[in-house]
Design a protein around this ligand. Structure first.
Ligand code: 5GP
Length: 236
């Protein structure tokens, strides 16, 4: 397969066309941003880790009945994925209060939630990815009720699969953000990435943060935390 022209460059990835009209190649970068691009930096080796970690987790999900965009990892930083149109929603699932939820509702970080929380944010940098509910999503024509029901069903199923998988590796899944895309035939599949950039991972015993919060909050040892996640998941 041939890597053709670049289609898009995001904060953490580039997407390329290929000579197969149904496939793209994503190329993971070491660039890191936070707070809607206001904080910028580099996390050495992050692109490699996120590529490998995300593919590893997507493979596990795919095996357990979640359709994903993953086709094949072709290098340390590059993966062939199915062509999708991204549905402009950040789907956020929370098991334990942290981050913006703690701020918004005055819940101390680390508070176990009595029920899993599902949130949607409308993906729009200029608006700062505002929180929206089901009705906003229907009203704006972002997804139909049937599509959103399926997205929610997948998201909860993914939560159970990921939480159980990570628990065995001594990692607590606090919360995460996922994105879905639509293939040319209209099928909704999991897209984007699942990595320390997009999840909060805390060590089950010590509560140590092993994710992008180390970068966002200047906690130090950012690279070490990303490596630790890769080591626990992939054994290297
Ligand atoms: P919060 O809303 O607390 O900032 O984030 C909740 C979860 O979703 C965290 O795991 C965070 O990493 C993820 N998340 C939310 N928005 C974004 C985003 O714009 N980019 C990335 N990489 N992750 C996000």
């Amino acid at each position: 397969m041939k890597k053709l022209e670049q289609l898009y460059e995001g904060k953490a990835k580039k997407v390329f066309k290929t000579d197969d009209p149904n496939l793209y190649i994503v190329d993971y970068k070491d660039d890191a941003t936070a707070f809607n691009g206001q904080k910028k930096g580099t996390i050495e080796g992050k692109g490699i880790i996120n590529n490998r970690v995300s593919n590893h987790l997507m493979k596990m999900l795919e095996k357990n009945g979640i359709p994903t965009h993953l086709v094949e990892e072709i290098s340390d930083r590059e993966t062939v994925v199915k062509k999708v149109t991204i549905i402009p929603l950040e789907v956020i699932i929370r098991n334990i209060a942290a981050g913006s939820l703690s701020k918004r509702l005055g819940l101390e970080e680390g508070t176990k939630l009595k029920h899993t929380v599902l949130e949607y944010c409308y993906k729009d940098d200029a608006l700062g990815d505002p929180l929206v509910n089901d009705y906003h999503i229907y009203a704006m024509g972002i997804a139909t009720k049937e599509e959103l029901d399926l997205i929610a069903e997948y998201s909860f199923k993914i939560n159970k699969l990921l939480s159980d998988y990570l628990k065995d590796l001594n990692i607590e899944l606090i919360d995460y953000k996922i994105e879905f895309g639509k293939t040319p035939d209209g099928t909704i599949i999991l897209a984007d990435e699942i990595s320390p950039d997009t999840c909060r991972f805390w060590d089950s015993n010590t509560g140590e943060k092993l994710d992008k919060d180390r970068f966002r909050r200047d906690l130090g040892n950012v690279e070490g935390a990303y490596h630790e996640i890769m080591k626990r998941l992939l054994g290297e």
